[in-house]
Design a protein around this ligand. Structure first.
Ligand code: BTN
Length: 249
C-alpha cells in the first residue's frame, strides 16, 4: 500500500511533538511536521532538546501504526531507529542504536527520538514520533555530554528540506508492514544487530534503583524492549526497563 505523506513546515514552534498533540484533530495522517526553529524542544526523561534554529532537523511524524498492539509498541521504536540508521548510512555515516532509541556514531549522539503513543482500547490510535537529528550545527551549548552532527562528521553542509524528505521516507516505509508479526521479528533482529555496545564487550553500567555502578555485557533485548545485562563479576543477569539503567560513557 502506497501512502502519501503530508508535510507541514512551521517557521517557529515550541515543540513539534506538543504542536502535533495539540493539533491532532485536524491532522491528515501520515504527516511530518518540521519546526525550522524549535524553541523548547522536549527530550527523554523530561530533558530539553537543543537545536540551533535553522541548522538541524526537528521533526514529528504522526501516524497510526496499523496492527500494532500496545504490548508491541517497542517495535515502533525499533523501526524508527532502524530507519534513521539506514538513512544515515545512505549519507556515508555508520551509526548504531543506543538502547532504547538514541542514535550514536562512535560514542557521540547524533539523533534523539521521543515517541509518544496514544492508546484507544486495545489499539495504538496514533504515534507522535519526535526526531531531533543534528545536521548542520557545529557548536553545542547545552550540557549534553557528547553531541555530534552530520556536518561535523562529513564536513558537508546539508539542504535540510531535502534531508527531511529522505529521512521521513526511510522511516515511513518501515511502517507499511509493521502489522505483520514476521516483519516485526526481522526488525527486532536487525535492531539487536545494530546495537551500540552490543558486541559482547564489557562496559560500565549504572543500576539507577540501586544507585550502583558495575561492569557488564549486554546479553539481550526482548521484543517488549527490556534490556538484559550480564554482571561481569557475578554472571547474574539483570533485566531493565527504560529509566532503570544508564550506560556510563
Ligand atoms: C532525546 O532526549 O534524546 C529525545 C530528543 C527528541 C527531540 C525531538 S526534536 C522534534 C521533537 N519535538 C520535541 O519537542 N522533541 C522531539
Amino acid at each position: 500500500m502506497k501512502r502519501e505523506i503530508h508535510y507541514i513546515i512551521l517557521p517557529e514552534v515550541g515543540s513539534t511533538n506538543t504542536w502535533a498533540r495539540e493539533h491532532s484533530a485536524e491532522l491528515q495522517l501520515p504527516v511530518a511536521i518540521r519546526g525550522v526553529a524549535q524553541m523548547s524542544g522536549r527530550g527523554q526523561r523530561g530533558n530539553t532538546w537543543e537545536a540551533e534554529p535553522g541548522k538541524n532537523l526537528t521533526i514529528s511524524i504522526v501516524l497510526k501504526p496499523e496492527g500494532v498492539k500496545p504490548s508491541e509498541q517497542f517495535s515502533i521504536s525499533e523501526v524508527v531507529a532502524l530507519g534513521i540508521v539506514k538513512y544515515l548510512l545512505t549519507r556515508g555515516i555508520d551509526a548504531q542504536i543506543k538502547w532504547p532509541n538514541d542514535i550514536y556514531v562512535g560514542d557521540r549522539k547524533i539523533c534523539g527520538i521521543l515517541i509518544e503513543n496514544s492508546l484507544f482500547g486495545s489499539e495504538i490510535e496514533r504515534s507522535i514520533i519526535g526526531i531531533g537529528l543534528n545536521v548542520n550545527q557545529t557548536e553545542f551549548l547545552s550540557p549534553a555530554p557528547n553531541p555530534v552532527s552530520m556536518s561535523q562528521l562529513t564536513g558537508r553542509e546539508y539542504d535540510l528540506e531535502e534531508e527531511m524528505y529522505s529521512l521521513v521516507k526511510e522511516i515511513e516505509q518501515k511502517f507499511v508492514r509493521i502489522g505483520d508479526a514476521g516483519d516485526r521479528f526481522w526488525h527486532h533482529l536487525r535492531y539487536k544487530a545494530a546495537l551500540w555496545r552490543g558486541d559482547e564487550g564489557v562496559y560500565l553500567f549504572r543500576d539507577i534503583k540501586g544507585d550502583r555502578r558495575y561492569e557488564g555485557t549486554i546479553a539481550d533485548v526482548e521484543p517488549e524492549g527490556f534490556l538484559s545485562v550480564r554482571d561481569a563479576a557475578t554472571g547474574e543477569i539483570r533485566k531493565y526497563s527504560f529509566k532503570e539503567v544508564e550506560f556510563i560513557l
